[in-house]
Write a protein of this length. Sequence first.
Length: 211
Amino acid sequence: MEAVLDWLVLVMRTIGSPGVGLATALETVFPPIPSELVLPLSGYTASQGHYSLVAAIAWATAGSLAGALVLYWLGAAWGLDRLCALADRIPLMHADDVRKAVEWFRRHGRAAVFLGRLVPGVRSLVSIPAGVDRMPLWTFCLYTTAGSLLWNAALILAGYELGEQWHLVEAYVDPASNVVYALVVLVIVVIAARRLRQRLSGEQPRSTPPQ
């Protein structure tokens, strides 16, 4: 990770604020590069005079939208039928799980996209069901931009104010990330346990007709 951060610093210092957009697009598409490191680092680099704070926030938000659109189009290209077929091949999973998740997203899609951009561990993934559900592109862009702007501005400002202590931001964001990951694991365990109980009892999950 240290090598990645060194490369990001080099990019930001070499090409300026567009480098912030590039770094943010990469962390959106590749979640192992955490935004809680990239964004405060870009704020710290701005505090050293390599670019302005406003430019950092603007380019970061543009990068977030670009990365989210990549995942949106991947979800749209993959489609519901392929996801359902994949779920049927995974032990203790069922196509109905995917259909119910997409149906839930269809009812709460705007809030899910906006709030999802503010939740560590969910920020990137929320774009995929939006693509699967073919959420109107302008709606997706609007709510993604709004949520990303809030998240990016908060973390970049924190890095800007903390200066050389920018890395402390991660210490505050990490506990929230861990809670989200724990909840995701809990949901997976509950679903798997329910499927296992149905199989052991000889029951077949009821099929939900596609919408």
